[in-house]
Structure formats: C-alpha cells, structure tokens
Design a protein around this ligand. Structure first.
Ligand code: COA
Length: 333
C-alpha cells in the first residue's frame, strides 16, 4: 500500500518521548541468566534498557510522551481530534490504550484507537493519520508508540530477555502551512506467512490465559532470531528504497535515517545497502534496547531535540516487526 501525493500536505509539528527511570544493565541481566555484557554488546549493540515501574502502564508512558509532543507543537490537548496508539502491550486487551491516553490528556474531542503492527506500528499510525488529515477528515492528530515489553518478556530466556525495554514516543501531525515540512512518501507492508517467527502465543483467543499457559511462559515473546534478522534487513531496505524513490531523493540527499532500534548489526547492514554513511544513521539502542512500536518514535524525538537534523532536511524512518510487518516514511522536516 502506498501513495505519493495528497492535496493537503501533512507535517510533524512536534515530537516527544518518555523513558522510565529504572535502568537495567547488561551486567545485571548476566546475574539472572547465562549471558554477558560482551555477548549482548557484540551481537546487538545494546548496553542497557529501561524498565517501567510496577504501577506505570503503557498509557502512562504514552501520555507523558504525548504531552511533550503537544508542548513542542504548541497545541493543547483539546486541539487534538485523533489519537492513535501503536502497541503490543496495551494496558488491557480492551478498551484501547488510546482511550486511556485520551482521558489522561483530557483530549475529549479526539477519536481514539490502537493499532497492532508491532515494531512497525508507529509508522503504520503515521501513514494512516497522514491520510486521514490529508483527506480533510481531521486537522490535528497524535500518534504514539508505547510499550511495556517487560510484562511480556520471559526473564528466564536469555535469547530474548536481553533485547527488549520499555518506553514511549509521540508525534503531533497536522496540516502543513506553506513553507513548512511534510511527510512526503510512506510505505507499509506485511507477510502473514511468517507470524510464527516472532509472537506472543498466549493471551488471545487461540490460547487464552490459564495458569498452565502462564507457567509455560506462553504469554511472553518468542522469536526465531536468525530468521527474523534476515527478513528484517531485506524488508527494511526495500521499504526505505521505495519511499526514497517516491520522494525523488538520492542517498546523498538524506540527512538522517532513523531505523527501528532492534540490533546494531541490522542497522549497519541497512545503512550499507542504502549507501547512506553510518554517521547519518541515528542509533540509540545502546541506551534503550528494542522498545518495539516506541523505538522509532523515541529515536525521532531524540534526534529532533538534539539537533541531528534541521528544517528542510530530508529524513527517512524505517521499521520492521512481528507479523511480519514493515513500514517507512520519507519526511521533509
Ligand atoms: N547470551 C549468551 N549466549 C546467547 C544469548 C545470550 N543472551 N542468546 C543466545 N545465545 C547463544 C545461543 O544459545 C547460541 O548458542 P549455541 O551456538 O551454543 O547454540 C549462540 O548464542 C548463537 O545464537 P544465535 O541465536 O545464533 O545468535 P545470533 O547471532 O543470531 O544473535 C540475536 C541472536 C537475537 C541477537 C539476533 O538473531 C537478532 O538480533 N535477530 C533479530 C532480532 C530482532 O531484531 N527482533 C526484533 C524484530 S522487531
């Protein structure tokens, strides 16, 4: 699914993020499972991750990130007409986490719903909301990626528990004024024949919550890492190339690529294949690990707030996740 042109241009008016205070280092993980800082850093690039407090839910992190984004955009909660939360760790299976966020922000004029596209969810939300704004249905939207992956991590499985972390990132989308930036091209895709490569098998209608299923850790993430790795590199490269081509850009025109923050080796492989120098690829996974739908959103906010790119720069976001799903966006900032 893709599009190149729209009558009303849509820009990112503000970004925000929130990371829980509690830091879990590789050294601390090595006390729990048979791993080492050296193995984790060499294979993934991750050095530490954040873990939300017990009473801190996905919606709380989402709302904090959203408030930062609203403040930067100079908008109030009541200006928001649409809230989309991308998450695989909603507060509750129903209602949507976006509804909790709506109430926490006091954004009572907003339509609110969640989308489940795993790590690609924030960019799925971007494409959907861009279209809804450019069609004239809404003026201002909040898109949020938020996860409390610590609740779906098997802390006895060294192959997965070293990878994930908690956090949230948000962006305010609104109609562009003349001379402002815009989301130039977007892309998203999925391959449902590969659902088994990365999943939480329990907790849904196929495998409801029972004591036995929980004892078997079926409510936690399982992954065939090597297989996911290969598909991730290929699909992210293809998705990024599509939006770059549709935008009419060349690799040398791109000021910053913000990829999904899962594994530094995946990021390096993509940079290499896109022929974008490593110094133009934004990386923060050493601090936060893989925060699924939140990862690209947090990275976008950090890059924005630290001046990695400036108005008019061309940036590319690209992500990949369970489903398998992938998505990309080319943005003129
Ligand atoms: N510490 C130490 N050893 C570990 C380990 C850990 N945390 N996790 C796995 N190992 C071991 C394995 O048991 C295996 O041992 P063996 O050779 O004796 O069987 C060995 O390390 C190699 O494991 P393997 O799974 O082949 O490693 P890898 O190089 O593929 O790296 C991942 C594993 C998970 C880091 C890597 O496959 C990956 O990042 N995949 C993509 C994951 C991803 O991006 N997921 C999210 C998508 S949104």
């Amino acid at each position: 699914m893709s599009e190149t042109t729209s009558v009303i241009e849509v820009c990112i008016a503000g970004t925000g993020s929130y990371l829980p205070e509690n830091i879990l280092t590789n050294a601390e993980l090595a006390i729990r499972v048979d791993t080492s800082d050296e193995w984790i850093v060499t294979r993934t690039g991750i050095r530490e991750r954040r873990i939300a407090a017990e009473g801190e839910f996905t919606s709380h992190m989402a709302s904090k990130a959203a408030k930062n984004a609203l403040e930067q955009a100079g908008l109030a909660a009541e200006d928001i007409e649409l809230i989309v939360v991308a998450t695989i760790t909603p507060d509750t299976p129903t209602p949507a986490t976006a509804c909790h966020v709506q109430a926490q922000l006091g954004a009572f004029k907003a339509v609110a719903f969640d989308i489940s596209a795993a790590c690609a969810g924030f960019l799925y939300a971007m494409k959907i909301c861009k279209r809804l704004i450019s069609d004239g249905a809404f003026k201002n939207a909040l898109i949020i990626g938020a996860e409390k992956l610590s609740t779906v991590t098997n802390w006895e499985d060294r192959a997965t528990c070293v990878l994930f972390g908690d956090g949230a990132g948000a962006a305010v989308l609104r109609r562009s004024e003349p001379g402002e930036g815009s989301i130039v091209a977007t892309e998203m895709g999925a391959d449902g024949s590969l659902t088994h490569l990365l999943e939480i098998p329990g907790g849904g209608s196929a495998c409801p919550i029972t004591g036995e299923n929980v004892n078997k850790h079926l409510h936690t993430l399982t992954m065939q890492g090597k297989e996911v790795f290969k598909v991730a590199v290929n699909r992210m490269k293809e998705a990024a190339e599509k939006v770059i081509e549709r935008a009419g850009w060349h690799p040398e025109d791109i000021a910053c690529v913000i990829p999904h923050q899962a594994n530094l080796r995946i990021i390096d492989a993509i940079a290499d294949r896109l022929a974008v120098p490593n110094e133009r690829v934004f990386v923060n996974l050493h601090k936060y690990g893989n925060t699924s739908a939140a990862a690209v959103a947090i990275a976008l906010d950090e890059a924005n707030r630290t001046g990695v790119f400036k108005r008019g720069d061309h940036i590319v976001l690209v992500a990949f996740g369970a489903g398998l799903t992938w998505a990309a966006a080319a943005i003129r900032w």
